[in-house]
Design a protein around this ligand. Sequence first.
Ligand code: SF4
Ligand code: SF4
Length: 238
Amino acid sequence: MISTIQLSADGADNFKILDRYCKDAGISIFKACSVKSVAGSFHPALGENSYTARMTAAISMAFHLSDAVLEGIFDRPTPHYAMHYNRVNSFLDDAALRVTAIIQNNGYNAMPIPASQIIDKSSQRGYLNHKIVAAAAGAGFIGRNNLLVTPEFGSRVRLVTVLTDAPLEFGEPLKDGCGECYACLASCPAQAIKESPENFELAKCVEQISKFQRLMFVAKGICGVCVKACEGRGAKKK
Ligand code: SF4
Ligand code: SF4
């Protein structure tokens, strides 16, 4: 019960309590990092809120997308995936609100950052970059597909972040990378994915996603092709 959960000044204990709560609620990965380590990636608009400067920890939560829904994707997103994508974002936003309630009930501050919200169309940026927070917290690394790649689920995850001043234990960035895997390169309909993650062609990806958006008459631009291609260890193999 949210109202009975007690946090303390012990970051390791708080991490265990919130991790347990979130995993029981269906969150697949729960991690945290220092705000200092990711503040450089925040949109300037976040700095205009005076509470941002008080925050010391960034909580990253991931939900493992349905492998079965992704299976229906071949060279373009499906209506099934579009609905799943929206529902998962809502689920993550709900989870972030529950974590916010727990933290605030205990006298600390918490600022949930929406799972999928672009506030700057030209740069396609939100208030912060959830994948950078997740990578800094040790949930995965940035892969050739320019997405977070988790050891358990590959890129088959959606993310949300909560900033807080509650004491929390931090994770360490992973040393992994894509290595000898090139599974997503051939799948990209825009040829945006290159051998080196640094050479990822964002403009090509954005253009392709806009095309899909027009084709599907959906509010949010989605693709899902390279998400499906990056399975990780946790995906159910046929
Ligand atoms: S989201 Fe789609 S267009 Fe963008 S890199 Fe992945 S497969 Fe290519
Ligand atoms: S499919 Fe392979 S190459 Fe592509 S991002 Fe995932 S791990 Fe990296």
